[in-house]
Design a binder for this molecule. Sequence first.
Ligand code: HGY
Ligand code: MN
Ligand code: MN
Length: 423
Amino acid sequence: MSSQVSDIAMSVAGAIDEDRLWANLMAMAEIGARSDGGVNRQALTREDGDARALLIGWARERGYDVSVDAAANLFIQRRGREAGQPVLIGSHMDSQPAGGRFDGIYGVLAAFETLVALDAASLETRHPVEVVAWTNEEGGRFACGCTGSIAWSGLQPVEDFLGEVGADGVILADALAETLAATPDVPKRSLGGGAIAYIEPHIEQGPVLEAGGLQIAAVTSIQGLRWYRVDIAGSAGHAGTTPMQGREDAFQAALRSVQALNTLMDDPADTVRFTVGRINVEPNSPNTIPSSASFTIDFRHPDADVLADLGGRVERCVVEAAAPCGVTVTETSTMAPAMFPEPVVAQIEASAGALGFGVTRLPSGAFHDALFASKACPSGMIFIPCRGGLSHHPDEYATPFDCAAGARVLAATVAELAGAAPR
Ligand code: HGY
Ligand code: MN
Ligand code: MN
Protein backbone atom coordinates (compact mmCIF):
# COMPACT_ATOMS: atom_id res chain seq x y z
CA MET A 1 0.00 0.00 0.00
CA SER A 2 1.59 3.23 -1.16
CA SER A 3 -0.71 5.94 0.35
CA GLN A 4 -0.84 7.50 -3.08
CA VAL A 5 -4.12 8.85 -4.44
CA SER A 6 -4.14 8.66 -8.22
CA ASP A 7 -6.30 10.61 -10.66
CA ILE A 8 -8.28 7.42 -11.22
CA ALA A 9 -8.95 7.18 -7.50
CA MET A 10 -10.08 10.79 -7.52
CA SER A 11 -12.38 10.06 -10.47
CA VAL A 12 -14.12 7.23 -8.61
CA ALA A 13 -14.55 9.46 -5.58
CA GLY A 14 -16.04 12.07 -7.86
CA ALA A 15 -18.54 9.54 -9.20
CA ILE A 16 -20.08 9.01 -5.74
CA ASP A 17 -23.59 10.44 -5.94
CA GLU A 18 -24.68 12.09 -2.66
CA ASP A 19 -28.39 12.04 -3.56
CA ARG A 20 -28.37 8.39 -4.64
CA LEU A 21 -26.62 7.33 -1.43
CA TRP A 22 -29.01 9.40 0.70
CA ALA A 23 -32.05 7.98 -1.10
CA ASN A 24 -30.81 4.44 -0.41
CA LEU A 25 -30.20 5.27 3.25
CA MET A 26 -33.70 6.67 3.63
CA ALA A 27 -35.25 3.70 1.79
CA MET A 28 -33.51 1.33 4.18
CA ALA A 29 -34.60 3.45 7.16
CA GLU A 30 -38.22 2.65 6.23
CA ILE A 31 -37.55 -1.01 7.12
CA GLY A 32 -38.10 -1.42 10.85
CA ALA A 33 -38.94 2.29 11.12
CA ARG A 34 -40.04 3.37 14.63
CA SER A 35 -42.54 6.16 15.34
CA ASP A 36 -39.76 8.14 17.07
CA GLY A 37 -37.65 8.30 13.88
CA GLY A 38 -35.30 5.47 14.76
CA VAL A 39 -35.21 1.88 13.52
CA ASN A 40 -35.72 -1.54 15.08
CA ARG A 41 -34.12 -3.96 12.59
CA GLN A 42 -32.60 -6.56 14.87
CA ALA A 43 -30.45 -9.43 13.66
CA LEU A 44 -32.20 -12.27 11.79
CA THR A 45 -35.66 -10.80 12.23
CA ARG A 46 -38.22 -10.29 9.46
CA GLU A 47 -37.06 -6.66 9.23
CA ASP A 48 -33.46 -7.81 8.77
CA GLY A 49 -34.70 -10.15 6.06
CA ASP A 50 -36.61 -7.32 4.34
CA ALA A 51 -33.47 -5.16 4.32
CA ARG A 52 -31.46 -8.02 2.85
CA ALA A 53 -34.09 -8.53 0.13
CA LEU A 54 -34.02 -4.83 -0.76
CA LEU A 55 -30.22 -4.80 -1.04
CA ILE A 56 -30.21 -8.03 -3.09
CA GLY A 57 -32.72 -6.45 -5.47
CA TRP A 58 -30.55 -3.37 -5.95
CA ALA A 59 -27.49 -5.57 -6.53
CA ARG A 60 -29.19 -7.71 -9.15
CA GLU A 61 -30.46 -4.64 -11.01
CA ARG A 62 -26.81 -3.72 -11.52
CA GLY A 63 -25.58 -7.17 -12.43
CA TYR A 64 -23.45 -7.80 -9.35
CA ASP A 65 -22.93 -11.32 -8.01
CA VAL A 66 -24.80 -12.02 -4.76
CA SER A 67 -23.90 -14.81 -2.34
CA VAL A 68 -24.41 -15.79 1.29
CA ASP A 69 -22.45 -17.95 3.71
CA ALA A 70 -23.54 -20.27 6.54
CA ALA A 71 -23.53 -17.38 9.03
CA ALA A 72 -25.87 -15.48 6.66
CA ASN A 73 -23.17 -12.90 5.88
CA LEU A 74 -24.37 -11.36 2.62
CA PHE A 75 -21.86 -10.58 -0.17
CA ILE A 76 -22.26 -8.46 -3.31
CA GLN A 77 -19.36 -8.70 -5.72
CA ARG A 78 -18.32 -6.49 -8.63
CA ARG A 79 -15.95 -8.70 -10.59
CA GLY A 80 -12.35 -7.75 -11.28
CA ARG A 81 -10.12 -8.52 -14.24
CA GLU A 82 -8.77 -11.33 -12.11
CA ALA A 83 -10.69 -13.70 -9.86
CA GLY A 84 -9.43 -14.42 -6.35
CA GLN A 85 -9.54 -12.54 -3.07
CA PRO A 86 -11.55 -9.31 -3.17
CA VAL A 87 -11.10 -5.94 -1.59
CA LEU A 88 -13.89 -6.33 0.97
CA ILE A 89 -15.94 -3.30 2.09
CA GLY A 90 -19.06 -2.95 4.18
CA SER A 91 -20.47 -3.18 7.71
CA HIS A 92 -23.66 -4.57 9.30
CA MET A 93 -27.38 -4.10 8.61
CA ASP A 94 -28.81 -5.11 11.96
CA SER A 95 -29.70 -2.41 14.48
CA GLN A 96 -30.28 -1.93 18.17
CA PRO A 97 -33.94 -2.28 19.30
CA ALA A 98 -34.15 1.53 19.57
CA GLY A 99 -31.41 2.22 17.08
CA GLY A 100 -30.63 4.91 14.55
CA ARG A 101 -30.80 5.13 10.76
CA PHE A 102 -27.02 5.09 10.21
CA ASP A 103 -25.22 2.69 12.60
CA GLY A 104 -23.97 -0.14 10.40
CA ILE A 105 -26.23 0.33 7.40
CA TYR A 106 -24.34 3.48 6.40
CA GLY A 107 -21.20 1.39 5.86
CA VAL A 108 -23.04 -1.19 3.77
CA LEU A 109 -24.65 1.45 1.56
CA ALA A 110 -21.48 3.55 1.22
CA ALA A 111 -19.80 0.35 0.04
CA PHE A 112 -22.63 -0.37 -2.41
CA GLU A 113 -22.39 3.21 -3.71
CA THR A 114 -18.67 2.58 -4.30
CA LEU A 115 -19.49 -0.29 -6.69
CA VAL A 116 -21.94 1.96 -8.53
CA ALA A 117 -19.35 4.75 -8.70
CA LEU A 118 -16.85 2.35 -10.29
CA ASP A 119 -19.49 1.63 -12.94
CA ALA A 120 -20.26 5.32 -13.40
CA ALA A 121 -16.57 6.11 -13.84
CA SER A 122 -16.32 3.28 -16.43
CA LEU A 123 -13.50 1.65 -14.52
CA GLU A 124 -12.53 -1.94 -14.06
CA THR A 125 -10.47 -3.24 -11.17
CA ARG A 126 -7.73 -5.84 -11.14
CA HIS A 127 -9.23 -7.49 -8.05
CA PRO A 128 -12.92 -8.04 -7.32
CA VAL A 129 -14.52 -5.47 -5.03
CA GLU A 130 -17.05 -7.03 -2.69
CA VAL A 131 -19.63 -5.53 -0.34
CA VAL A 132 -20.37 -7.46 2.85
CA ALA A 133 -23.28 -7.12 5.25
CA TRP A 134 -22.24 -9.00 8.41
CA THR A 135 -24.73 -10.93 10.53
CA ASN A 136 -25.60 -9.86 14.10
CA GLU A 137 -22.97 -7.21 14.76
CA GLU A 138 -25.02 -5.56 17.50
CA GLY A 139 -25.53 -8.46 19.89
CA GLY A 140 -28.76 -6.83 21.10
CA ARG A 141 -31.06 -9.75 20.30
CA PHE A 142 -28.44 -12.53 20.34
CA ALA A 143 -25.75 -11.64 22.89
CA CYS A 144 -22.88 -12.94 20.74
CA GLY A 145 -22.18 -9.70 18.88
CA CYS A 146 -20.21 -9.81 15.61
CA THR A 147 -21.38 -13.38 15.01
CA GLY A 148 -20.89 -13.15 11.25
CA SER A 149 -17.47 -11.56 11.19
CA ILE A 150 -16.18 -13.85 13.95
CA ALA A 151 -17.29 -16.90 11.95
CA TRP A 152 -15.94 -15.47 8.66
CA SER A 153 -12.53 -14.70 10.19
CA GLY A 154 -12.28 -18.29 11.48
CA LEU A 155 -11.97 -17.28 15.13
CA GLN A 156 -14.94 -19.47 16.07
CA PRO A 157 -17.15 -21.83 14.04
CA VAL A 158 -20.70 -20.61 13.44
CA GLU A 159 -21.84 -23.76 15.29
CA ASP A 160 -20.62 -22.17 18.53
CA PHE A 161 -23.41 -19.62 18.27
CA LEU A 162 -26.36 -21.74 17.12
CA GLY A 163 -27.64 -22.48 20.62
CA GLU A 164 -27.71 -18.83 21.69
CA VAL A 165 -31.16 -17.90 23.04
CA GLY A 166 -32.29 -14.45 21.94
CA ALA A 167 -33.78 -11.81 24.22
CA ASP A 168 -37.14 -12.81 22.67
CA GLY A 169 -36.60 -16.51 23.44
CA VAL A 170 -35.87 -17.49 19.83
CA ILE A 171 -32.89 -19.83 19.27
CA LEU A 172 -30.25 -18.38 16.93
CA ALA A 173 -30.17 -21.56 14.82
CA ASP A 174 -33.88 -21.19 14.03
CA ALA A 175 -33.62 -17.50 13.17
CA LEU A 176 -30.56 -18.16 11.02
CA ALA A 177 -32.28 -21.00 9.15
CA GLU A 178 -35.32 -18.80 8.54
CA THR A 179 -33.17 -15.96 7.17
CA LEU A 180 -31.26 -18.29 4.85
CA ALA A 181 -34.48 -19.98 3.70
CA ALA A 182 -35.91 -16.58 2.75
CA THR A 183 -33.36 -16.20 -0.08
CA PRO A 184 -33.26 -19.67 -1.65
CA ASP A 185 -32.05 -18.27 -4.99
CA VAL A 186 -28.94 -16.66 -3.49
CA PRO A 187 -25.93 -18.95 -4.06
CA LYS A 188 -24.35 -20.34 -0.94
CA ARG A 189 -20.62 -19.94 -0.37
CA SER A 190 -18.24 -21.36 2.19
CA LEU A 191 -17.32 -19.33 5.25
CA GLY A 192 -14.08 -17.33 5.17
CA GLY A 193 -11.84 -17.03 2.15
CA GLY A 194 -10.01 -13.96 3.32
CA ALA A 195 -9.59 -10.66 1.48
CA ILE A 196 -6.84 -8.42 0.19
CA ALA A 197 -8.10 -5.86 2.70
CA TYR A 198 -11.28 -4.95 4.55
CA ILE A 199 -12.41 -1.32 4.90
CA GLU A 200 -15.45 -0.37 7.00
CA PRO A 201 -17.09 3.05 6.86
CA HIS A 202 -19.10 3.88 10.00
CA ILE A 203 -20.48 6.84 11.91
CA GLU A 204 -18.11 7.84 14.74
CA GLN A 205 -20.69 7.29 17.49
CA GLY A 206 -18.77 9.94 19.42
CA PRO A 207 -18.41 13.74 19.44
CA VAL A 208 -14.82 14.34 18.30
CA LEU A 209 -15.25 14.88 14.53
CA GLU A 210 -18.25 17.16 14.88
CA ALA A 211 -16.58 19.18 17.66
CA GLY A 212 -13.47 19.56 15.51
CA GLY A 213 -15.38 20.49 12.36
CA LEU A 214 -13.80 17.47 10.62
CA GLN A 215 -15.41 15.11 8.07
CA ILE A 216 -13.23 12.01 8.32
CA ALA A 217 -11.31 9.93 10.85
CA ALA A 218 -8.88 7.21 9.88
CA VAL A 219 -9.48 4.79 12.75
CA THR A 220 -6.32 3.52 14.45
CA SER A 221 -7.69 0.92 16.87
CA ILE A 222 -10.71 -0.59 18.61
CA GLN A 223 -10.82 -1.05 22.38
CA GLY A 224 -11.37 -4.46 23.94
CA LEU A 225 -14.54 -5.70 25.62
CA ARG A 226 -15.80 -8.30 28.09
CA TRP A 227 -19.57 -9.05 28.30
CA TYR A 228 -21.06 -11.06 31.17
CA ARG A 229 -24.49 -12.27 32.24
CA VAL A 230 -25.13 -12.47 35.99
CA ASP A 231 -27.89 -14.81 37.24
CA ILE A 232 -28.92 -14.44 40.89
CA ALA A 233 -31.09 -16.98 42.74
CA GLY A 234 -33.07 -15.77 45.78
CA SER A 235 -36.26 -16.91 47.50
CA ALA A 236 -39.74 -15.66 46.64
CA GLY A 237 -42.10 -14.64 49.44
CA HIS A 238 -45.01 -12.44 50.38
CA ALA A 239 -44.05 -8.74 50.30
CA GLY A 240 -46.36 -7.92 53.18
CA THR A 241 -45.82 -10.74 55.62
CA THR A 242 -42.14 -11.67 55.18
CA PRO A 243 -39.84 -9.87 57.66
CA MET A 244 -36.97 -7.90 56.12
CA GLN A 245 -34.54 -9.87 58.28
CA GLY A 246 -33.53 -13.05 56.49
CA ARG A 247 -35.05 -12.25 53.10
CA GLU A 248 -33.20 -13.58 50.04
CA ASP A 249 -34.39 -10.85 47.69
CA ALA A 250 -32.72 -11.48 44.30
CA PHE A 251 -33.25 -7.91 43.10
CA GLN A 252 -31.71 -6.41 46.24
CA ALA A 253 -28.77 -8.78 45.71
CA ALA A 254 -28.47 -7.55 42.11
CA LEU A 255 -28.54 -3.96 43.36
CA ARG A 256 -25.72 -4.68 45.85
CA SER A 257 -23.76 -6.41 43.08
CA VAL A 258 -24.03 -3.46 40.69
CA GLN A 259 -23.05 -1.04 43.46
CA ALA A 260 -19.99 -3.20 44.21
CA LEU A 261 -19.13 -3.30 40.49
CA ASN A 262 -19.46 0.51 40.30
CA THR A 263 -16.78 0.69 43.00
CA LEU A 264 -14.58 -1.86 41.21
CA MET A 265 -14.88 -0.08 37.87
CA ASP A 266 -14.50 3.45 39.26
CA ASP A 267 -11.85 5.20 37.12
CA PRO A 268 -10.88 8.85 37.81
CA ALA A 269 -9.34 8.96 34.31
CA ASP A 270 -12.77 8.03 32.85
CA THR A 271 -11.26 5.45 30.47
CA VAL A 272 -13.15 2.42 31.78
CA ARG A 273 -16.57 1.87 30.22
CA PHE A 274 -19.00 -0.08 32.44
CA THR A 275 -22.67 -0.52 31.57
CA VAL A 276 -25.54 -2.61 32.93
CA GLY A 277 -27.94 -2.42 29.98
CA ARG A 278 -30.40 -5.22 30.66
CA ILE A 279 -31.98 -6.44 33.91
CA ASN A 280 -34.72 -9.03 34.42
CA VAL A 281 -36.53 -9.78 37.69
CA GLU A 282 -38.82 -12.75 38.30
CA PRO A 283 -41.67 -13.20 38.99
CA ASN A 284 -41.74 -9.43 38.39
CA SER A 285 -44.77 -8.85 40.59
CA PRO A 286 -45.12 -5.82 42.88
CA ASN A 287 -46.04 -7.87 45.95
CA THR A 288 -43.76 -10.89 45.60
CA ILE A 289 -40.14 -10.86 46.79
CA PRO A 290 -38.03 -11.50 43.65
CA SER A 291 -36.94 -15.14 43.45
CA SER A 292 -34.43 -14.49 40.66
CA ALA A 293 -32.74 -11.61 38.89
CA SER A 294 -30.33 -11.41 35.98
CA PHE A 295 -28.37 -8.53 34.49
CA THR A 296 -25.78 -7.92 31.78
CA ILE A 297 -22.34 -6.32 32.10
CA ASP A 298 -20.65 -4.49 29.22
CA PHE A 299 -17.06 -3.68 30.29
CA ARG A 300 -14.58 -2.06 27.88
CA HIS A 301 -11.05 -0.70 27.95
CA PRO A 302 -8.28 -0.10 25.38
CA ASP A 303 -5.64 -1.85 27.54
CA ALA A 304 -5.63 -5.67 27.47
CA ASP A 305 -4.01 -5.80 30.94
CA VAL A 306 -6.77 -3.71 32.51
CA LEU A 307 -9.40 -5.87 30.80
CA ALA A 308 -7.72 -8.95 32.26
CA ASP A 309 -7.25 -7.47 35.74
CA LEU A 310 -10.63 -5.82 36.32
CA GLY A 311 -12.49 -8.41 34.24
CA GLY A 312 -10.90 -11.15 36.30
CA ARG A 313 -12.32 -9.63 39.51
CA VAL A 314 -15.94 -9.33 38.34
CA GLU A 315 -17.14 -12.77 39.46
CA ARG A 316 -15.77 -12.57 43.01
CA CYS A 317 -17.06 -9.02 43.39
CA VAL A 318 -20.58 -10.10 42.46
CA VAL A 319 -20.59 -13.33 44.49
CA GLU A 320 -19.53 -11.48 47.66
CA ALA A 321 -22.02 -8.65 47.19
CA ALA A 322 -24.98 -10.91 46.36
CA ALA A 323 -24.56 -13.25 49.35
CA PRO A 324 -26.54 -15.00 50.74
CA CYS A 325 -28.19 -15.31 47.31
CA GLY A 326 -26.55 -17.74 44.89
CA VAL A 327 -24.87 -16.29 41.79
CA THR A 328 -23.75 -17.57 38.38
CA VAL A 329 -21.52 -15.28 36.30
CA THR A 330 -21.18 -16.24 32.61
CA GLU A 331 -18.81 -14.42 30.26
CA THR A 332 -20.78 -14.16 27.02
CA SER A 333 -18.35 -12.26 24.79
CA THR A 334 -14.65 -11.35 24.85
CA MET A 335 -13.05 -9.04 22.30
CA ALA A 336 -9.32 -8.27 22.54
CA PRO A 337 -8.27 -4.73 21.56
CA ALA A 338 -7.01 -4.37 17.97
CA MET A 339 -4.68 -1.94 16.18
CA PHE A 340 -5.21 -1.38 12.45
CA PRO A 341 -2.08 -1.67 10.27
CA GLU A 342 -0.36 1.64 9.56
CA PRO A 343 -0.44 1.24 5.74
CA VAL A 344 -4.23 0.96 5.78
CA VAL A 345 -4.68 3.86 8.20
CA ALA A 346 -2.28 5.97 6.12
CA GLN A 347 -4.09 5.14 2.85
CA ILE A 348 -7.44 6.25 4.31
CA GLU A 349 -5.83 9.40 5.68
CA ALA A 350 -4.18 10.16 2.31
CA SER A 351 -7.47 9.62 0.43
CA ALA A 352 -9.29 12.00 2.75
CA GLY A 353 -6.55 14.61 2.49
CA ALA A 354 -6.40 14.41 -1.31
CA LEU A 355 -10.16 14.96 -1.40
CA GLY A 356 -9.79 18.07 0.75
CA PHE A 357 -11.67 16.74 3.78
CA GLY A 358 -10.73 17.61 7.35
CA VAL A 359 -9.22 14.38 8.63
CA THR A 360 -7.76 13.08 11.88
CA ARG A 361 -6.89 9.75 13.46
CA LEU A 362 -9.12 8.29 16.17
CA PRO A 363 -9.44 5.11 18.25
CA SER A 364 -12.88 3.49 18.34
CA GLY A 365 -14.75 3.15 21.63
CA ALA A 366 -17.39 1.03 19.90
CA PHE A 367 -16.63 -2.45 18.61
CA HIS A 368 -17.09 -3.22 14.93
CA ASP A 369 -16.82 -6.16 12.57
CA ALA A 370 -13.45 -4.74 11.51
CA LEU A 371 -12.17 -5.86 14.93
CA PHE A 372 -12.56 -9.47 13.79
CA ALA A 373 -11.97 -9.03 10.06
CA SER A 374 -8.57 -7.63 11.07
CA LYS A 375 -7.63 -11.11 12.31
CA ALA A 376 -8.03 -12.40 8.73
CA CYS A 377 -6.78 -9.53 6.57
CA PRO A 378 -5.37 -5.98 6.75
CA SER A 379 -8.33 -3.88 7.87
CA GLY A 380 -9.25 -0.31 8.56
CA MET A 381 -12.20 1.99 9.23
CA ILE A 382 -13.43 5.35 8.02
CA PHE A 383 -15.46 7.41 10.51
CA ILE A 384 -17.83 10.24 9.61
CA PRO A 385 -19.36 12.62 12.16
CA CYS A 386 -22.76 12.03 13.76
CA ARG A 387 -24.80 14.77 15.38
CA GLY A 388 -23.87 15.25 19.02
CA GLY A 389 -21.95 11.97 18.86
CA LEU A 390 -25.30 10.27 19.48
CA SER A 391 -25.80 6.62 18.51
CA HIS A 392 -27.81 3.61 19.69
CA HIS A 393 -30.56 6.22 19.83
CA PRO A 394 -33.49 7.09 17.51
CA ASP A 395 -32.10 10.63 17.02
CA GLU A 396 -28.84 9.34 15.50
CA TYR A 397 -28.06 11.51 12.45
CA ALA A 398 -25.37 12.14 9.85
CA THR A 399 -25.61 14.75 7.08
CA PRO A 400 -25.91 13.81 3.39
CA PHE A 401 -22.63 15.66 2.76
CA ASP A 402 -20.72 13.72 5.43
CA CYS A 403 -22.25 10.42 4.30
CA ALA A 404 -21.02 11.12 0.77
CA ALA A 405 -17.62 12.28 2.07
CA GLY A 406 -17.07 8.92 3.78
CA ALA A 407 -18.12 7.11 0.61
CA ARG A 408 -15.74 9.23 -1.49
CA VAL A 409 -12.82 8.36 0.81
CA LEU A 410 -13.84 4.69 0.63
CA ALA A 411 -14.06 4.82 -3.17
CA ALA A 412 -10.64 6.42 -3.54
CA THR A 413 -9.11 3.94 -1.10
CA VAL A 414 -10.73 1.00 -2.90
CA ALA A 415 -9.49 2.28 -6.28
CA GLU A 416 -5.93 2.17 -4.94
CA LEU A 417 -6.27 -1.22 -3.22
CA ALA A 418 -8.16 -2.98 -6.04
CA GLY A 419 -6.10 -1.58 -8.93
CA ALA A 420 -8.75 0.45 -10.75
CA ALA A 421 -8.07 1.36 -14.38
CA PRO A 422 -10.09 2.56 -17.37
CA ARG A 423 -12.00 -0.23 -19.07
O1 HGY B 1 -21.73 -1.96 21.06
C1 HGY B 1 -20.99 -1.57 20.17
O2 HGY B 1 -19.88 -1.09 20.40
C2 HGY B 1 -21.42 -1.65 18.72
O3 HGY B 1 -21.93 -0.39 18.36
N1 HGY B 1 -22.40 -2.65 18.50
MN1 MN C 1 -22.21 -0.45 14.26
MN1 MN D 1 -24.10 -0.38 17.15
